[in-house]
Design a protein around this ligand. Structure first.
Ligand code: ATP
Ligand code: MG
Length: 313
């Protein structure tokens, strides 16, 4: 269960001197970008591993300032979708577009500037054990020989954004699992990506930590206009992200609040896959009201094995 709204708000707003909207400027001003073009678009994507069909004509679009939550049973193709977006896999049929650019047949050198627009938060964190929090976050900038004063400015901002200023010099194994996930998020934010892919960012975390990470994702959506794809199987995370929004108070404090019953500010949609096909696309309200037994079983936690009529466990 996600903690109560008040607890969440306290968690976010009690942090001294919270970051403001201007803390993390995006790489190009919002005004100069065409907001009607999807940040990420799949058009009828088919994908096989050998003879196994993983994606069977998947289409969707994610706009800036929007989160797309992708749900499926285990092995349903969620991580594969993220790898297709990064250009690590190529579709067998169909097109993948990033900010309107068809990247389907791009080679590695063409993919480099596309990948620079995308931040990826890996499920396992993927941190370097021998590097401090600071050096993990700074890794890409150090690798690109960015001058240290610029690195320091950006890295300190990002570490502050994920509330880890006191952990800056620690090694990953000195951090809790939730802190490590937050380092992974800070690292994914380097270079101000306009698109962020989160693979199970709240898996196996305690509810308050999961809520803190969900709140960070909400802030990126509402205050930074980031387009996110969020892979998760946790319905508490889905519920929170689809029903809460971030706002900056007159004092410049960031608060994440639950929406009222009757209006929807949260710009988040759900996509559910089964046997490689999209079986649901819409809002969380529509999702929970779906009469599809597979969806109802997924929601109630007795996920069905694809192609079978029996629960997995
Ligand atoms: N590198 C690979 N080589 C061969 N088959 C793969 C590879 N990666 C994934 N698969 C297969 O593709 C299918 C989809 O895998 P994918 O990792 O996208 O699922 P997922 O939805 O992310 O699952 P999970 O929820 O368990 O993380 C699975 O059947 C998997 O066995
Ligand atoms: Mg996966």
């Amino acid at each position: 269960m996600i903690a109560e709204t008040e607890v969440q708000e306290t968690m976010i707003s009690s942090h001294p001197d919270p970051p403001e909207k201007t803390d993390i400027p995006r790489s190009a001003p919002v005004e100069s970008q065409n907001l009607s073009v999807p940040a990420v678009e799949f058009r009828e994507v088919h994908f096989f591993f050998d003879d196994e069909k993983v994606l069977d004509g998947v289409s969707f679009a994610v706009m800036r300032g929007e989160i797309k939550i992708i749900l499926s049973g285990s092995g349903g193709g969620k991580s594969t979708i993220l790898k297709l977006i990064l250009g690590l896999f190529k579709p067998d049929e169909g097109r993948v577009l990033i900010e309107g650019e068809d990247i389907t047949n791009y080679d590695e050198s063409q993919l480099k500037p596309v990948r620079d627009k995308i931040g990826m938060v890996f499920q396992e964190g993927g941190l370097f054990d021998s590097l401090s929090v600071y050096d993990n976050v700074a890794y890409r900038l150090h690798d690109e020989d960015v001058p240290e004063n610029e690195v320091e400015m950006e890295v300190r901002l990002l570490i502050r954004f994920v509330n880890l200023e006191n952990e800056m010099d620690k090694l990953p194994n000195e951090l809790s699992g939730g802190m490590q996930k937050r380092v992974g998020i800070a690292r994914a934010l380097v270079g101000n990506p306009r698109i962020i892919l989160f693979d199970e960012p709240t898996a196996a975390l305690d509810p308050p930590t999961a809520a803190t990470i969900s709140a960070l994702i909400i802030r990126l959506r509402d205050l930074e206009n980031v387009a996110s794809i969020l892979v998760t199987h946790e319905m508490d995370t889905v519920k929170y992200i689809t029903s809460a929004y971030a706002a900056v108070s007159e004092k410049g404090e960031v608060a994440v609040k639950e929406e009222g019953e009757n209006f929807c500010l949260s710009n988040t949609k759900i996509l559910m896959l089964r046997e490689g096909r999209v079986i649901f696309s819409g809002t969380n309200e529509e999702f929970v009201q779906s009469e599809d037994p597979y969806i109802q079983n997924f929601i109630s936690g007795t996920e069905m094995e694809p192609g079978h009529n029996t629960p997995l466990n």
